[in-house]
Design a protein around this ligand. Structure first.
Ligand SMILES: Cc1cc2nc3c(=O)[nH]c(=O)nc-3n(C[C@H](O)[C@H](O)[C@H](O)COP(=O)(O)OP(=O)(O)OC[C@H]3O[C@@H](n4cnc5c(N)ncnc54)[C@H](O)[C@@H]3O)c2cc1C
Length: 347
């Protein structure tokens, strides 16, 4: 049987962040993921400046596609509002594999099915792995959540979000990130997220229960988005969208049981307003690692449940950088540091 001090189930942003922190402190860590990295992860791939800061990422040294947006273009019906704030886009296929490798933790491909307490304060997984601490970072269908936490934290059906998305190679011309809210009564939003060097992610996400109550179907919203994009931002693009569902932040009563923790989507931490889950996954992974290393309480007060706060902070940073509070205008340099391969137009 393979033994380690900390076993992390899932090598996405939650798992790799925990592994990175633990490895830097010299802990004996092993990451198990059912997929071989780089692996496909359905996601728009929009990351906030908080993610960059929390993970101490030097954007100029990031070796893959990264685009910095100096604004978000938010659409409500006929209204279009440019929101000056700094956000970034990455491709999850590249970003997740890079984070996991950077963590320095050994990774094994293994689909975890069964977890039991070993009677000595630790855990045994599938009769093959033994650990003292166990971090559940396996996303929505995390086996650590299912086996140890589900009864204590049942998922709230009204917080389930369904999505359809596709990431394609496309020579986009508009380098801004566009978000459309409530189009055709959609209880959610759709997006156009360009990536560096000719990749584009488009998708629709909405609260499943509300859509059902309104007799709506995510596929018809997708068709509406595709038509709209064909007319304006992405003429001639072809899509084969895929669906995925996850949970927005609700009441998460129990996130630690003895030596076992749940983080990221396993704990249902995506923000209530925009379904942004990478930042909460990273932050919760780091907090779980800190709890193990420093014997601290594991609590999620510092994990934001709303994206609007991050966007507002970034807007204020931009205003400050532009010298608005000093009565003079400064050149804007891209917020979170000199971004690699930035392709946005200058101000
Ligand atoms: C269409 C869509 C668009 C999104 N867009 C954004 C966005 O733009 N920005 C943003 O911040 N968030 C976005 N999100 C949310 C974001 O993708 C998730 O919140 C985030 O990936 C959560 O990270 P995680 O590490 O908790 O889980 P994941 O990234 O899902 O990683 C979990 C890992 O666990 C592994 N695993 C699962 N089960 C097992 C098992 N039994 N054994 C071993 N390994 C297992 C999986 O293979 C996976 O690698 C989006 C989600 C969707 C569906």
């Amino acid at each position: 049987m393979r033994s380690c001090e900390v076993l992390i189930v899932g090598g996405g942003p939650a798992g790799s962040s925990a592994a990175w922190k633990l490895r830097r402190a010299g802990a004996d860590v092993l990451v198990l993921d059912r997929e071989r990295f780089p692996r496909l992860k359905l996601c728009a791939g929009w990351i906030t400046p908080e993610v960059v800061r929390d993970l101490e990422i030097d954007l100029s040294a990031y070796p893959h596609r990264l685009l910095t947006f100096p604004r978000l273009r938010v659409h409500f019906g006929r209204w279009q509002l440019p929101i000056a704030c700094v956000q970034h886009s990455i491709r999850r296929f590249e970003f997740d594999a890079w984070l996991l490798e950077r963590s320095g933790a050994p990774v094994e491909q293994h689909n975890v099915r069964h977890i039991e307490a070993d009677g000595d304060g630790g855990y045994v997984l599938d009769g093959e792995y033994r650990c003292r601490y166990l971090i559940g970072a396996g996303g929505t269908r995390c086996p650590v959540y299912r086996e140890l936490f589900r009864e204590l934290n049942p998922r709230a059906g009204e917080l389930q979000i369904v999505t359809l998305e596709h990431e394609i190679q496309y020579d986009w011309q508009d380098s801004d990130c566009h978000l459309w809210f409530c189009e055709g009564g959609l209880p959610g939003y759709s997006w156009y997220v360009p990536k560096e060097h000719g990749w584009l992610n488009v998708g629709v996400g909405a609260i499943a229960e509300r859509m059902k109550r309104r007799g709506q179907d995510i596929r018809s919203h997708w068709a509406h988005l595709a038509t709209q994009l064909d007319r304006s931002l992405a003429p001639g693009a072809h899509y084969e969208p895929t669906g995925y569902s996850y949970y927005l932040r609700g009441r998460v009563e129990v996130v630690r049981r003895d030596g076992a923790f749940i983080t990221g989507d396993a704990a249902g931490l995506a923000t209530r307003d925009l379904g942004e889950g990478i930042g909460p996954a990273v932050r919760s992974g780091l907090l779980a690692a800190e709890a193990i290393l420093a014997g601290k309480h594991y609590q999620l007060e510092d994990v934001t449940g709303l994206s609007i706060g991050s966007i507002a902070r970034s807007m204020l940073d931009r205003i400050a950088q532009a010298g608005a509070f000093h009565g003079r205008r400064q050149r804007y340099h891209g917020g979170g540091g000199p971004a690699h391969g930035v392709r946005h137009r200058d101000q």
